[in-house]
Every structure is written in C-alpha cells, then in structure tokens.
Ligand binder design. Structure first.
Ligand SMILES: [Fe+2]
Length: 264
C-alpha cells in the first residue's frame, strides 16, 4: 500500500495543484491524506478546502484549522520574533475574515487523529497514525532535534509499537527517523516550506508487509503566481518573499505593508 501524505497547504492553491498532479503521475498511490493546516498565509482558503472536498481527501485538524473554526484568539502558531508575530496576527485576521461558512464548518469537522492499517484490520501489521502536532495538541512542534526520549514518549502516548509509523507536520520541515522501532515522519509543508527550499514538500509512504519506506518528495510549482496573489491581496507583502525563499523573508523593521499600503 502506498499513501501520499500532504500537510500544511496553508491556502496555497498553486502548490496544492502541483502536488496533486505529481501524486496522480505516480504508480500505485492508493490513498492521499492531509495532515492539517489547510488555511492561513495565502489567499485561497476556500479554494483549497473545495479542492480537498472534490478530490475526497480526508485528513486531520491543524492548529490553523481548529483556531479559525472556533474563533480562537490567535492561530496557535509559534513566533520567531515580534515582527513575525505581528505578521501572523494580520494573516490570521485576514483568514478569519475571508473563509466562507462552509469552509469554517468543514474545518470544524476535521478529526484530531486518523489511524490507518495498510494490511487491513484483520491481520497484524504496521499502524500508520496521522496527527498534526503531537498526541496531545496540534500546536506542539515536533522538530528534528527533539531527543529520542521525546519521540519515544510521543509514540507511547499514541499507542504506537515497533514497526508502526507516526506521521505529522506543523514544523514545515520534512524529516524521518526511527526510535525504538517506531518510524517518525514529518511530511514538511506543501504551501509554506521553512527549510530554505521553496518547492512543495510531501511524503510517499509505502507499506509492504511489515516494511516501511518513506520518501520525501519536492515538487516545483508556480510560486510566482502565489506571490503575486499575496501582493495583490491585503495579506502582508512579506509573505510573498517568504514563499519565494522557502522560509523567513527579510524583515523591514516594525512595518507591515500590504497591497502598497503600510500598517503599523
Ligand atoms: Fe502550518
């Protein structure tokens, strides 16, 4: 069984379209799942949700999804500095103001966790567990430098045993490592990578009997179309450079500009 796992699309429609095209071109992908954060930071939240509905792609709730859905006071994101925090607040306010009632209802209905059994539930074999952050919250960042003890605790809390696979996103940086026989797979981000590579990231997960193989795939997309759409919207202009660079754009002090206007 081969799964495609896509996470952190963040309202970036051109990136999602390119990734779905890439998945369709691959042999033997039986199912695609998303790992949350469908909206925020780019101007196509409704379009991304409609595309996932049209393609019947199930998935779990990211922090951005559950905070928008419940009108929470902020998006549950972590900020590198005060300016990034300010940008994040503007993006969150924009997203809340622009999502349709249908999108909001869809986000509210997303489950926190999904379990898959590639070999069927009638025989033993690897369980694939999908969450956005960790076992307790979709706001916890599981970075690559987390110690083995942190991952072992996470796997245990999720009920994972040796041979199982725990998949998540949220950090926007892809990685894969095994601890005590459990695979931990971060899919990276489709629509807002943070590892210096602007290309969309997703994972092809192959389960063959008890064997697990995770391939991190990078896909080029029309990043300029996404950047231009941000620049012509009321989202902060800096979010365009962030996409172009695959990570933090240079800050211009305390000012945020959008659509040629400056906010303070
Ligand atoms: Fe995210």
């Amino acid at each position: 069984m081969r799964y495609a796992l896509i996470s952190d699309i963040h309202a970036n429609l051109p990136a999602l379209q390119a990734v779905l095209r890439d998945i369709a071109s691959r042999e033997g992908v039986g199912a695609t799942y998303h790992l949350g954060d469908l909206v925020g930071y780019a101007p196509w939240p409704d379009e991304v949700v409609e595309m996932l509905i049209a393609f019947a792609i199930p998935g779990v709730a990211g922090n951005y999804d559950s905070t928008v859905a419940t009108d929470y006071k902020h998006c549950g994101c972590q900020y590198e500095d005060p300016h990034q925090e300010q940008l994040s607040h503007v993006s969150y306010a924009w997203t809340r103001a622009h999502v349709s009632a249908r999108t909001k209802g869809f986000l509210r209905g997303l489950p926190f966790r999904i379990d898959l059994r590639a070999n069927g539930g009638h025989v033993a074999g690897p369980t694939v567990i999908l969450v956005h952050g960790n076992q307790a919250l979709n706001t916890v960042y599981v970075h690559q430098d987390r110690p083995d003890s942190f991952l072992a605790k996470m796997g245990s809390a999720l009920g994972a045993r040796a041979g199982d696979v725990v998949c998540f996103g949220h950090t926007h940086v892809p990685w894969h490592r095994q601890v005590e026989g459990v695979h931990y797979v971060n899919t990276g981000s489709v629509g807002r990578p943070k590892d210096g590579d602007w290309r969309a990231s997703y994972v092809l997960l192959e389960i063959t009997g008890g064997d697990v193989a995770a391939e991190i795939v990078r896909v080029e997309y029309d990043v300029e179309a996404a950047a231009q759409a941000i620049l012509t919207s009321d989202l902060p202009d800096e979010l365009a450079d962030y996409l172009r660079q695959g990570g933090a754009a240079p800050s211009d002090g305390a000012r945020i500009t959008s659509g040629g206007r400056t906010r303070r």
